[in-house]
Design a binder for this molecule. Sequence first.
Ligand code: ASP
Length: 458
Amino acid sequence: MENTKKKKKMSLTTVILLALVLGAVTGALLYSFASGSAGVQKYVVNGVFYVLGQGFIRLMQMLVIPLVFCSLVCGTAQIGGTKSFGRIGGGIIGLYLLTTTLALTLALFFSRLTKPGVGLNLSAIQMSTEKLQTVDRSSIPDTLLNIIPKNVFESMANGDMLPIIVFALIVGVIIGKLGDKVQTVSNFFSQFNDIMMEMTMMVMKVAPIGVFCLIAKTFATVGARAMAPLLKYLLTVLLVLVIQVLVVYMTILWTGARVSPFRFLKKFFPVMLFAFSTDSSNATIPLNIETMEKDIGVSRDVASFTIPLGATINMDGTAIMQGVAVVFISQAYGIPLRPIDYVTVILTAVIASIGTAGIPTVGLVMLTMVLSSVGLPIEGISLIMGVDRIVDMCRTAVNITGDAVCTTVVAKHNGQFDKSIFLSDTRREEPNGSHPDNAETDIVDTMAEEFEETDKKA
Ligand code: ASP
């Protein structure tokens, strides 16, 4: 039985990984041999790949607002009335801020060493400033004020996560406080939450197709050669992202939760892969909560509260990109940064990370805020735009890993972590941290079963 379960889980990871590799190879081949063919570009790259890839992203986006709202209300209502709420809330926000500050410090330190922008021939890179016209250059006070929703329905319609989170937290705390008096409303949110999780399972069944099309389109459009002048920038960002995961997160995990970092990474890898393919922390929320509960052993109540919060305010990968980009642009334009500028970059980028929505490319948009805080030219962003898709995929995987690591530590310190689940090779089957006998199926197993059935039919 155990072996079968393990095999099933392995097959899901393999299928997504396979879709990823096949997508990259297909895209690279199309770029090399068919970039001149208008038909291939129109019907395959911008037709089938675009529609299926974006269709998948839209399906995930469709889930996000109702799911985040309900899961935050339920999570907060469960722990809101308890003494640990302040500890969990304070602990998670403190850890989120700490990891983002560390990420930025590392980014600035390493990019000073590798000097990614020194000697760059600006004229060798195609400048495209048009796309930046649409950039929203929110000031720091406005970013802070926007946390309070003027109209929560407007925020929901616009997908503004921070105000939605604030409102959901308040509703959750009040439900927790009023208890039985508002049982009907509480049941409504909890049952609606179950419906959204079920919907997530259905959407996840098409994940490999979505992943294949998204990656194939990226490689067919950007191609590997376009990245050559920016290789140093790209490698510096990747180096710091890897350090953040392997050194910073693993140290925090080991010292803060006393769990094996390698086991954690092994269990969490499918979530990273998913974030990598979708470019979106928000789209990864359902799978992240599910994995935290069933594979890592964090209680559902804590994960439903900290993961959506982290997907919105904790963006360590994005902060790393912004730190390296600032140094890169300052070197490329020959504008030196003073020590005080580094401090300003850290402060602004931490705020930018809080204000960055967990959807593709927003980190690049928020970079305008960081650049203007130290007087660097905003057009500099056009230098790195060409490779941002690849960087975005990697930083999103780091963004959601940071949320999961901090969540594990906070859960451990508040008695909300079940180590036996973490150590087990099978998934926890029962919902909501309780242990009823009726085991329910989960996203990964359901998908794996589907694939095995398809395999058998084939
Ligand atoms: N794509 C990133 C995320 O969803 C945000 C960004 O850096 O653009 O976490």
